[in-house]
Design a protein around this ligand. Structure first.
Ligand code: NAD
Length: 419
């Protein structure tokens, strides 16, 4: 597969071109942004518990480092391939630029189903992958973080392996670490919290009350989805449906999310939760709710499904959950989509805070982290909203336009080496 073949990559290039027209971007800059700076493919041989050896394929793509070190998550999933990782790395460049962070864009992953590996196998795979990519990552070069299928424990193994190789502890090589090894308070729930902060601002603009009348459906009950559901519930909204890869549950009067999280932790399934009926992922996405939060994988909402979607507000917790066609169709029907590079930016904002705290060895309280997150993401929200109103364009196009405006200036100032 060529790096540019995947749908996510092509969608990202298309929106980049559209935004380029809006801001009249230098064509040389646009051409440079269409290709990643560097892509590494590695073979990851792993000793399995039964003594056999399996060989997985891993990737790390650095799309741009104009604004600072590369930054982006590591995904363990069977759908991972070079083009998907490159498309996600590109989205990270745009996200970090939009959010005014001093960071470039990168992404990594392994094509694997982590749910079928034992803890020991996962650890050995993570350590070998880290060793294979260690020459291109580092606290000043490229800083990974969790994504689908990875978590703080994965980051601790990554940090330890890198530290063993260089001979001293380097907590700044990853973010999303456990608190005990230099993580930040508030990081674990930060993406979900950022989603909810964006939803609050959108509700103010749309004159929706943020109370029991705000019905919400959340697709995906992992890091992003479960925290988005929890913070929505805690702030008084009514989460009526959630789902994961095996399907969803629904109660029109609202689900008790803290209880559901406890149930999910204990049973590893949403099934069997009190006072809830089963629902499919498709039914969930088409519910007549005030707000829909897709927080699973990219491409979850395609054009066929978009025809049936009833909500008027979508907050993209996942990266690329609406295909380009679906997005265009929904916008033409008056649906407000708060795009991924804005809505799920809470994770990378607090990753940046974690990095800053680590570098200065001075750690902040959770309230301070959350307050700083609120300031950063709501200011980005209003920048994008105002741009979208002024230019009469979608929030996605506005977000991309604001993002590449900053990148263009920085790239022109740094110039091309050699001239
Ligand atoms: P996760 O692995 O913790 O959770 C993923 C969830 O999606 C799980 O509940 C899984 O069951 C569900 N899922 C998987 N396939 C599905 C399918 N076909 N249908 C329905 N549900 C399905 O991952 P996460 O970290 O929560 O990431 C979710 C999305 O958010 C991804 O697009 C990721 O790139 C994006 N994101 C994550 C972060 C972060 O901080 N974790 C930050 C920004 C963006």
């Amino acid at each position: 597969m060529d790096i540019t073949d995947g749908a996510l990559y092509q969608n990202s290039v298309k929106i980049l071109e559209d935004a380029g027209k809006i801001i009249n971007c230098d064509p040389n800059i646009l051409n440079r942004l269409k290709k990643p700076k560097r892509a590494l493919i590695v073979s990851v041989p792993v000793r399995m518990d039964d003594g056999s050896v399996k060989v997985y394929t891993g990737y790390r793509v650095q799309h741009s480092m104009t604004l600072g070190p590369g930054k982006g998550g590591i995904r363990y999933h069977m759908g991972v391939d070079l083009s998907e990782v490159a498309g996600l790395a590109m989205l990270m460049t745009f996200k970090n630029s939009l959010l005014n962070l001093p960071l470039g864009g990168a992404k990594g992953g392994i094509t694997v189903d982590p749910t079928v590996l034992s803890r020991a196998e996962l650890q050995r795979m993570t350590r070998r992958y880290t060793s294979e990519i260690s020459n291109i990552i580092g606290p000043d070069k490229d800083i990974p973080a969790p994504d689908v299928g990875t978590n703080p424990q994965t980051m601790a193994w990554l940090m330890d392996t890198y530290s063993q190789e260089v001979g001293f502890a380097v907590p700044g090589v990853v973010t999303g670490k456990p608190i005990e090894v230099g993580g930040s308070l508030g990081r674990e729930g930060a993406t979900g919290m950022g989603v909810v902060f964006c939803m609050e601002e959108a509700c103010k603009k749309l004159n929706y009350r943020f109370d029991d009348t705000l019905t919400i459906a959340v697709q995906g009950f992992g890091n992003v989805g479960s925290h988005a559901a929890l913070y929505s519930h805690q702030r008084g909204a009514r989460v009526i449906a959630v789902s994961d890869v095996d399907g969803g549950i629904y109660n029109k009067n609202g689900l008790d999310i803290p209880k559901l999280i406890a149930h999910f932790k204990a049973k590893k399934t949403l099934d069997g939760f009190e006072n809830a009926e089963k629902i499919t992922n498709e039914e969930l996405l088409c519910l007549d709710v005030k707000a829909l939060i897709p927080a699973a994988l990219d491409g979850a909402i395609n054009a066929k499904l978009a025809e049936k979607i009833k909500t008027k507000l979508i907050i993209e917790g996942a990266n690329g959950p609406c295909t380009a066609e679906a997005g265009a169709l929904l916008v033409s029907r008056g649906v407000k989509i708060i795009p991924d590079i804005l809505a799920n930016g809470g994770g990378v904002i607090v990753s940046y805070f974690e990095w800053v705290q680590g570098v200065s060895s001075y750690f902040w309280g959770e309230d301070e982290v959350n307050a700083k997150l609120h300031t950063a993401i709501t200011s980005a929200f209003h920048k994008v909203w105002n741009f979208s109103e002024t230019h009469k364009i979608s929030m996605r196009l506005a977000a991309m336009s604001c993002s590449i405006q900053r990148l263009e200036k920085a790239m022109l100032l740094r110039g091309l080496y050699p001239q």
